[in-house]
Design a protein around this ligand. Structure first.
Ligand SMILES: Cc1cc2nc3c(=O)[nH]c(=O)nc-3n(C[C@H](O)[C@H](O)[C@H](O)COP(=O)(O)OP(=O)(O)OC[C@H]3O[C@@H](n4cnc5c(N)ncnc54)[C@H](O)[C@@H]3O)c2cc1C
Length: 445
């Protein structure tokens, strides 16, 4: 497997997340051994792959095997911020309209809304205890100009609530880095690992065969279908879904080369913050929140009083670089929440999101490869979109009406100069920082 980052990023002993610490470890999915067959093979046991497999088994009675290099939820699905929210693309609204027209833009927005509802329904139907807070999300302006842009957005959305700078403290959103806010009604926070492990449980109970510790090392057409080789076994399937997102390889399948760009996102979680400490900062809102920076910060209180804070995670997965990023995350946290500089960090970790050369997700057939499909590229927000995207991929694979928004049906373009993607990403971060402006001075030396 040819991957874009250092090998450290793909090893099992990646730092343990708060989510892993807060849930019992389930029995491992067995590795694939010997010869096996299936109608559909799914590569990747995150939200996308497992949702696709569940949909195929329960709606179409398909025989499905899911293979994961490590275990279900080991990728981004088990270690994200738990914002089940709108998103999935890095394109501006205007750029989306330019690419797929007003109707296409509306279809993509409806997809995002339906994706959130779909996760909520799934959790409720299957009794998965993963929801963590009230519905809605706050966008915090990082400059007065950003606040004016939020005010314009509020004028177009009757359900949105605009909060001027002077009302932030009363709304429990005080902080030196915030210049007003917009609250939207969509989305809710969840325990991401409880969701993905619940999804794996439900899929397995429905008949999906899930194998962990079974990295697909080689994928090739054979006899009108596909052959997937893992270290201890071989799976033959008529059709294959690639759902590897930020953990994709450049050569699996080769078509992917240069079309995706994994990007690190990094999270820290504090020890529980007392009610007095929360009041001292004035940031008490139970809604999930993000700022309007291009290189944004996302944060929320957890139900047990801990506070989760995340941001971009640098462009290297080498241990020293990861350590430097984690220090940087703490510096940003201190600058944005100065009353909490004495609150210790309890856990920190990072993982890969996935950008595509088109800056939009893709659910569709891999061009020129009969029976090969892909569902990936959710950018920073994949909890809801990957879940629904996987289900749409399942319908496509089953030959049913899939209703994939036009924006997501276009195969991703290759990045220009793919060999320099990480360098371009580093330059992009630098440009974003310059555009976004400095954070308030950190009270720490
Ligand atoms: C730190 C962080 C914070 C985030 N916060 C949020 C958030 O708050 N809200 C939100 O909406 N999104 C968030 N995201 C993004 C979101 O988590 C992802 O978009 C989503 O989980 C992607 O799901 P997936 O199933 O497509 O891929 P993943 O969950 O990444 O799964 C891919 C799987 O493929 C497996 N795999 C790869 N190669 C192979 C192979 N050759 N053989 C077998 N298996 C293979 C991997 O082991 C992995 O388990 C965040 C991501 C990160 C990293």
């Amino acid at each position: 497997m040819k991957r874009l980052y250092e090998a450290d990023a793909y090893t099992r002993d990646w730092p343990e997340s708060h989510w892993r610490r807060s849930l019992p470890v389930p029995a491992p999915a067995p590795r694939l051994t010997g010869q096996a067959t299936a109608e559909v093979a799914v590569i990747g046991a995150g939200y996308a792959g497992l949702s696709a497999a569940h949909e195929l088994v329960t709606r179409f009675g398909t025989d499905v095997v899911v293979l994961d290099a490590v275990q279900p939820g080991w990728g981004a699905s088990g270690r994200n911020g738990g914002f089940c929210c709108l998103g999935g693309s890095k394109l501006s609204d205007r750029a989306i309209i330019r690419r797929v027209g007003d109707e296409g833009a509306r279809a993509f927005h409806l997809f995002q809304r339906a994706a959130i509802d779909g996760v909520a329904d799934f959790l409720q139907t299957h009794g998965i205890d993963a929801r963590q807070g009230p519905e809605g999300e706050t966008y915090l302006a990082h400059t007065p100009a950003a606040y004016r842009a939020l005010a314009e957005a509020a004028a177009a959305d009757p359900t949105a609530r605009l909060i001027p700078p002077e009302a932030l403290a009363e709304a429990g959103l005080a902080g030196p880095a915030f210049h007003g806010a917009l609250q939207v009604a969509h989305g809710f926070p969840l325990h991401p690992l409880a969701y993905v492990e619940g999804l794996a449980r439900v899929a397995a109970a429905a008949g999906v065969r899930i194998h962990g510790d079974s990295p697909v090392l080689h994928l090739a057409p054979e006899g009108g279908g596909w052959r997937l080789d893992t270290p201890d076994g071989t799976l033959r399937a008529k059709r294959v879904l690639v759902a590897t997102n930020g953990y994709s390889s450049e050569d699996l399948p080769r078509w992917l080369a240069g079309r995706s760009l994994p990007a690190l996102s990094s999270i820290m979680v504090t020890r529980p913050i007392s009610a007095e400490e929360r009041a001292a900062q004035g940031f008490t809102s139970a809604l999930m929140a993000a700022d309007t920076r291009t290189a944004l910060h996302y944060f929320r209180h957890l139900p047990d009083g801990r506070f989760l804070f995340g941001m971009r995670g640098g462009t290297s997965a080498a241990p020293a670089a990861i350590a430097a990023t984690q220090t940087r995350v703490r510096v940003h946290f201190d600058a944005m929440f100065p009353a909490w500089t004495g609150v210790e960090t309890e856990s920190r970790w990072s993982g890969f999101v996935c950008l595509t050369g088109s800056l939009a997700p893709f659910v569709g057939r891999v061009p020129g490869a009969e029976g090969l499909f892909a569902a990936l590229g959710w950018h920073g927000s994949g909890v809801a979109p990957a879940s629904r995207g996987g289900r749409l991929a399942a319908r496509l694979i089953a030959g049913a009406e899939a209703d994939i928004p036009a924006l997501m049906a276009l195969p991703p373009r290759r990045f220009p100069l793919p060999a320099f993607r990480r360098t371009a990403l580093a330059a992009g971060y630098l440009a974003a920082e310059l555009r976004d402006g400095a954070l308030p001075r950190s009270p720490r030396p």
